[in-house]
Write a protein that binds this ligand. Structure first.
Ligand code: CAA
Length: 290
């Protein structure tokens, strides 16, 4: 393989980590999928299995392709099994202290040659790299949600990231079928620098009563040709994640144009985090919309 990455450790088996593990395994990489407990990692793998079953039922892939991909994914507790990976991807919640802790843990366990990537959507790669003893081998590998569907991977170089780490990470992303852009290490990088102000503005419009959530989303879908409206997209990403990114942009760029709307903060405080909790800007428990 041109990227020389045969075995990958994915730390975090939520919607992003599981999606990343699925894509890697479908392209022949061996994956150890870690989470806080073996049970949590197994839940992540069960979700992958369900999605692959659907693809088989739709005739998109053969049963043997599904079986081969699943056989390459080993769920594990925390970082057990990461001792032999070529590259590790941290894919936990968007929390600076948590991510620093996990990067330190990966640094202790992964072999010296391994690249340590993070799927952070806004936190500085340079900062996370500084939590390790190998900052030159730390890089941002930002996948989009839903990972199996979205074509882009945004690669972010920290200040000390070396050329070989960048080249090998780009090669891996391309080998698993993604198109790559490279961003400098700045809050939100390229994609979320654009997306989060859009989502915030849609939520301000809702908060100010310009229209219903459906009006606002239909405006973006039919008026701008977006595949999803910003409010339903925020529900898909997770309102806690959107809020965490908005707070990083606001604090670190220091411009009030990035401030999060109160309606988003209150939804997060109420535990209405979007699709994953059945309620966000929309109520999915009723599933009245689709
Ligand atoms: N996981 C895997 N596959 C999924 C999926 C998921 N969660 N959701 C949908 N799909 C697949 C479906 O199986 C289907 O596949 P096939 O065509 O092979 O049958 C395909 O996607 C289309 O799905 P649907 O027909 O059910 O629905 P759709 O046509 O409305 O598309 C969508 C759904 C792909 C999510 C589309 O609405 C879309 O592209 N939305 C925008 C998503 C987006 O902007 N993502 C980026 C978010 S930003 C980000 O992730 C960065 C960050 O840091 C916050």
């Amino acid at each position: 393989m041109s990227d020389e990455i045969h075995k990958v450790g994915v730390l975090g088996a939520g919607q992003m980590g599981a999606g990343i593990a699925q894509v890697l395994a479908q392209h022949g990489r061996q994956v150890v999928l870690g989470d806080v407990s073996l049970d949590a990692a197994q839940v992540g793998k069960a979700g992958i299995s369900k999605r692959l079953d659907k693809a088989v039922a739709k005739g998109k892939i053969d049963g043997s392709v599904r079986d081969a991909a699943l056989s390459l994914i080993t769920p594990t507790a925390a970082v057990s099994g990461f001792e032999t990976v070529d590259l590790a991807i941290e894919a936990a919640s968007e929390d600076i202290e948590l991510k620093k802790k996990l990067m330190r843990q990966l640094d202790e366990v992964c072999p010296p040659r391994a690249i340590l990537a993070t799927n952070t959507s806004s936190i500085s790669i340079t900062l996370l790299g500084a939590a390790t003893m190998r900052p030159a081998q730390v890089i941002g590998m930002h996948f989009m949600n839903p990972v199996p569907v979205m074509k882009l991977v945004e690669i972010i170089r920290g200040l000390p990231t070396d050329d070989s780490t960048h080249a090998r990470t780009v090669a891996l992303a391309e080998a698993v079928g993604k198109t790559v852009i490279t961003s400098a290490d700045s809050p939100g990088f390229i994609v979320n620098r654009i997306l989060i102000p859009l989502i915030n503005e849609a939520a301000f419009a809702l908060q100010e009563g310009l229209g219903t959530a459906e009006d606002i989303d239909t405006g973006a879908k039919l008026g701008l040709n977006h595949p999803m409206g910003p409010l339903e997209l925020a529900d898909l990403i997770g309102l806690d994640t959107c809020l965490a990114i908005a707070d990083v942009l606001h604090q670190q760029l220091g411009d009030d144009k990035y401030r999060a709307p109160n309606v988003m903060r209150m939804h997060v405080a109420a535990g209405w985090l979007g699709r994953k909790t059945q309620r966000g800007f929309y109520n999915y428990a009723e599933e009245t919309r689709r």
